[in-house]
Design a protein around this ligand. Sequence first.
Ligand code: ADP
Ligand code: MG
Length: 557
Amino acid sequence: MPIKVLAPEVVSKIAAGEVIERPASVVKELIENSLDAGAAQITIEAQGGGVENIKVSDNGAGIPSLELELAFHRYATSKIGNLEDLEKISSLGFRGEALSSIAAVAEIEISSQTSSDPIGSYVNLRKGEIVRRESRARPQGTTVTVRRLFRYFPARLKFLKSPNTENSHIAHLVSQYALAFPEVRFTLVLDRRPNLQTTGNGHLRDVVSEIYGPEVAQRMLEVERQNGPTKVGGLITPPALTRSNRSYLSFFINRRWVHSPLLTRATEDAYRGLLMDGHHPIAVISISLPAQELDVNIHPTKAQIKFCHEQIVYASVQKAIGEALNRTPIASSRPMPFSVNSGQWQSPRMITDNEPTFVVSQLAALELPVLRILGQLANTYIIAEGPDGLYLIDQHAAHERILYDRILAQRAQRDVEVQGLLQPITIDFTPREEETMKVSGGALAEFGFGIEPFGNRSYLIRAIPVIVARANVIEVVSALLDTLASREGPNPWEERIAESLACHGAIRAGQQLNNEEMRELVRQLEQTKQPRACPHGRPTMIHLSAHQLEKEFGRIG
Ligand code: ADP
Ligand code: MG
């Protein structure tokens, strides 16, 4: 279809609006255009977090010379023509807004060549106006270069994060499109460093291997299910292979990358009972269904969609994943996380010892009195007696508090206890993780990690802080990189790193402790600054005062 400006009645029906929020939005729009043009190869280069410059080249169909300038008109598109087309959109773009919105906030150059034009053409726009146009020969395809994004929009520039955070958004975005289009060869170069390269051989597992590393790729389970016209396919990790947040869940509907709480829920429901709290799978799920079954036209960035039959989609995804998990032997020996309802309660072990029972003192609200250990409940809570009643201490939360204080103190004194690894551990970073590693790796060193490059996106972990010596080091490092990638969070990032390390290093619920260990834990807890709350702010203990007990037992009115 030739490019033409949409009729006003069509325009009034599309969810128009601002689509360029940050450099990654530019990359998204340009990649979508390349994919819609049927490109088999797409190369993305960005500098300075994409603010300085973004260049996307493809070998797609190209834009006819006569239409090149029209492409920059608002609502000019070759993808839909009328209202009916809007009902059954199969392309990624359709609103004819991206190029004009980009041209409004940046300098833009485009060169393109189709198979039928004798010579390609080039235009250069500044402040939305064409400043240069000429014929230019080039191989078939299109290259768009966007420079000085938001230069005349200081308020927007201020809203952007650091270049490395913007780079990591770009890396994440390109990874997602590479997962959605395994038959397209993607190349991403950030600040002149190669970041991601897929082969375009059409195999999803190979793309996963590039992004999440060969070990993850090899262990992932195949998802495949068809329910009427609804098809669900993809790869998921077995329950033993998890990450600490949800950013490893990717969903594509008719190959469009979408954020969907419904699909997240369907996935998590399929893993219900298989994962410990705070653990999340890696999943790449593609759903295809008739275009009439969904509405992509509800949000300008098209990242949200509405299903006509939500329940069917939810059930298809949940079942598809459930089947994949059930097909594997791992799923049959479901590792039950500790649960108070699972019948794992044990009667408290009573311990009699001859420690002094009470030390009466004037206590500040936050301080802890000296406690006498009575036993352990459900291998999770320590039961203790204090001068004013009973204390139930959550062993994991208490240990987190102890480790958190210790980590921050050691770092402040530059005296982190480090353990060298005899056998270095190889870790394969995702493009986004590697970007964070390159820029913020120094922060990990401050906390005791020795990590060095080992070619491509592989790294060798040679040393770790002693505190996490018994944890899954790969999980710890990816969780820390996630934290570092969003340094702008609510708490200072050092504290969030310490929180994450403390959480990974702390003893777990369900772990049996002997009397000596419990006494030591409580002794160390007494010495922390805030013994009554874990670093996440949850209580480390519940106190039942003597007064409350007497009331409960009806001894007093
Ligand atoms: P939309 O993608 O919604 O149609 P855009 O503003 O992104 O709107 O692009 C306008 C038009 O320019 C597209 O409809 C398409 O015809 C053409 N175009 C843009 N980028 C490319 C490209 N990389 N290859 C071929 N055609 C392109
Ligand atoms: Mg577009």
